[in-house]
Design a protein around this ligand. Structure first.
Ligand code: NAG
Ligand code: NAG
Ligand code: NAG
Ligand code: NAG
Length: 491
C-alpha cells in the first residue's frame, strides 16, 4: 500500500515537472532521440568530395554543402550522422537534407544526443531508400545558425562602422572520413578585415567577396580546425528572443484577426558614449549605414485592415499603414532608434477577410484555413527568431483539428481557450518552433477542422439568452418592493 502511494506521488511529481518545463521560457524545448551512451556513428560511409558554402550576407550565417557519400560497408545503409557541438546544435535552424536535384523530397532528419554529458550531438539523416554497398549518392545539406556573429569591438561610436566576427571550423563537421573538401565563404562586401591562416596549409584564396579554404585532402572523421573571419557589417543584429503570434478565426464575423507580440533585441555593438539625438538627426539627411534599427517594413496580405502598433507606453503614432486591394504594408518606426544592446518589445495586429484565408472543403462540415506561419518585419540584413509560439484560435464547436506545415516544430498541442460569453470555449492549436529566420516569412500553415453550421449561431444565441436573462432579472428585481422606508413605516 505504501509503495502504491509512493508510486502515485512519483507520478504526480513527474507530471508537475513536465508542466513546469512547459511554461519555462529559459529552458528551450527540443525534440531529441537519446542514443545509448557508447554510441559512435557506424563507420559505413566515406565522403569522396565535399564542397561547403558559408554565406555571411545575413545576420544568421547559412551553410550549404554538397557531399558525395559512398557506402563502404557490406550491407545497404540508410542512416547518416552529422556531428555538432551541443552549443552549436541548439542554435541551428532550418536543417534540411535532400538528394542533389530533388529538393522537393526532403529526407527525414532528427536531432540525436548520444550522451547527455557529452558535448557532441548529431543530426541524423534517414535516406529514402537504402544505399547499396559501393554505391554513391550526392546529398545537399542546408542549415542556418543563430547568435553566430560577435561585434568586435563590442563598443563603437554612434555613427561609426561595425565589424563582426564569425568562428567556424575549416573542415565541415563529418562523422566519416572526407577524401577532398573545401569551404567557400561569401561575405556581404569585399571589406574582409581579418581571417585565420592555418599553419602548414595553403593560404585561403581571396577574390572580391569570397574566401576559399582548402582543398584539404584525407580529413579524418570528426576532425575540427577552428578559424575566424572578421568583416565589416554595419547593420543592426536584430534578434527576436520570442514571438507570440495569435491567429483568431471568426466565422460569425467573417474575420481572421492576427496579433504578433515581439521581444526584440539589437545585438550589434553597443554605444561607446551616450546616445546623441542631435548627432543622429544631423546624420539622417545623408542616411548613412548604421547599426541602429530605425524602422521596419511589414508587408501584409492584400485587404488587411485595422492595423495597430503598441509598445509598453501605448499607441505608437509614428507608424504608417497602407492597404488597398493589391497590397498592404505596415511601416513601423519605434519611438527611438534601437542601438546595439537595446531591447524593444511591442505588439502589432490587423484584421484579414476570412474569404482570403478560409475555404469550405467540398465534403461535409470541413474547413481549410491557409495562413502564413510567420509574417513580421522584412529587413535587408535579416532577422532571427529564437522561439516562435503560434496559436490558432478556432471558433467554438470546431472539431477534428489537423495541421500541416514545412516549418520544423518542436511542440504542438490542442487545448480550449475561453473568452467572454463562450459556452464551450474555443479549440486552440498551439505550435512551437525554434531558431527560425525571416526567410521563412510566408511559409504556409494549413489547418483543417470540422465546424457544424449550427455552431455559428451558438455565440449570438448565448448572448441573446444572457441578455434576456439580465433583463428579466432586472425587471423582476425592479418589481420587488424592497424599499427600506416602507418596512420602517410598518414596524
Ligand atoms: C526556469 O528554469 C530555470 C532553470 O532551469 C530556473 O532557474 C527558473 O527559475 C525557471 N523559471 C520559471 C518561471 O519556472
Ligand atoms: C494610433 O496611431 C495611429 C497613427 O499611426 C493613429 O492613426 C491612430 O488614430 C492612433 N490610435 C489611437 C487609439 O490613438
Ligand atoms: C535585453 O534582453 C535580454 C534578454 O532577451 C537581457 O538579457 C538583457 O539584459 C536585456 N537588456 C536590457 C538593456 O534590458
Ligand atoms: C505533434 O506532437 C506529437 C506529440 O505530442 C507528435 O507525436 C507529432 O508528431 C507532432 N506533430 C507534428 C506535425 O509535429
Amino acid at each position: 500500500m505504501k509503495s502504491f502511494f509512493f508510486g502515485l506521488s512519483c507520478i504526480a511529481a513527474l507530471f508537475n515537472s513536465i508542466a513546469a518545463a512547459d511554461s519555462n521560457l529559459t529552458k528551450p524545448l527540443s525534440s531529441k532521440q537519446i542514443l545509448p551512451a557508447n554510441f559512435k556513428p557506424p563507420q559505413v560511409f566515406s565522403i569522396s568530395k565535399l564542397e561547403r558554402h558559408v554565406n555571411l550576407e545575413k545576420v544568421y550565417p547559412k551553410q550549404t554543402w554538397e557531399a558525395t557519400v559512398k557506402n563502404v560497408d557490406k550491407e545497404p545503409q540508410t542512416e547518416l550522422y552529422i556531428p555538432f557541438e551541443s552549443d552549436v546544435i541548439s542554435r541551428i535552424g532550418g536543417f534540411q537534407a535532400y538528394e542533389k536535384g530533388i529538393k522537393s523530397k526532403l529526407y527525414e532528419t532528427d536531432v540525436v544526443e548520444y550522451d547527455t554529458e557529452s558535448s557532441t550531438e548529431f543530426y541524423k539523416i534517414t535516406l529514402r531508400e537504402p544505399l547499396a554497398p559501393k554505391a554513391e549518392k550526392t546529398l545537399v545539406v542546408k542549415y542556418h545558425i543563430l547568435s553566430a556573429l560577435r561585434p568586435l569591438p563590442e563598443l563603437i561610436e554612434q555613427m561609426s562602422s561595425q565589424h563582426v566576427q564569425h568562428t567556424l571550423s575549416a573542415y565541415a563537421p563529418s562523422s566519416y572520413p572526407v577524401i577532398t573538401q573545401s569551404t567557400i565563404i561569401t561575405f556581404p562586401s569585399s571589406r574582409i578585415t581579418d581571417y585565420t591562416v592555418l599553419p602548414d596549409s595553403v593560404e585561403p584564396s581571396k577574390s572580391a567577396r569570397k574566401l576559399t579554404y582548402g582543398p584539404y585532402k584525407d580529413v579524418p572523421a570528426g576532425a575540427e580546425e577552428p578559424i575566424s573571419v572578421r568583416y565589416e557589417f554595419t547593420f543592426p543584429l536584430t534578434h527576436a528572443s520570442l514571438l507570440e503570434r495569435d491567429i483568431e478565426v471568426s466565422h460569425w464575423g467573417g474575420n481572421v484577426a492576427f496579433e504578433d507580440r515581439f521581444w526584440l533585441s539589437n545585438r550589434a555593438a553597443g554605444l561607446q558614449d551616450h546616445f546623441s539625438r542631435v548627432k543622429w538627426q544631423m546624420a539622417q539627411y545623408a542616411n548613412p549605414p548604421t547599426t541602429a534599427l530605425k524602422d521596419m517594413r511589414i508587408p501584409l496580405r492584400p485587404g488587411s485592415a485595422d492595423a495597430y502598433f503598441t509598445d509598453d507606453i501605448g499607441n505608437v503614432s509614428t507608424s504608417r499603414f497602407r492597404s488597398n486591394s493589391r497590397e498592404a504594408e505596415l511601416w513601423l518606426k519605434p519611438r527611438y532608434p534601437l542601438f546595439g544592446k537595446w531591447n524593444y518589445s511591442f505588439k502589432i495586429g490587423w484584421n484579414g477577410d476570412a474569404a482570403n484565408f478560409l475555404r469550405k472543403s467540398t465534403s461535409g462540415d470541413g474547413y481549410v484555413l491557409k495562413v502564413p506561419f510567420l509574417e513580421g518585419p522584412k529587413l535587408a540584413e535579416g532577422l532571427e527568431y529564437e522561439r516562435v509560439e503560434l496559436r490558432v484560435i478556432l471558433p467554438e464547436g470546431s472539431r477534428n483539428i489537423k495541421f500541416d506545415t514545412t516549418v520544423p516544430l518542436v511542440g504542438n498541442d490542442t487545448s480550449i481557450h475561453r473568452t467572454f460569453m463562450d459556452t464551450l470555449g474555443r479549440p486552440t492549436l498551439s505550435l512551437t518552433a525554434l531558431n527560425l529566420v525571416d526567410e521563412l516569412r510566408d511559409t504556409e500553415l494549413i489547418v483543417t477542422y470540422d465546424y457544424a453550421w449550427g455552431s455559428a449561431y451558438r455565440k449570438p444565441i448565448t448572448i441573446s439568452v444572457a441578455a434576456f436573462a439580465v433583463f428579466t432579472a432586472a425587471w423582476f428585481i425592479g418589481s420587488l418592493d424592497v424599499s427600506i422606508g416602507k418596512k420602517v413605516q410598518k414596524a
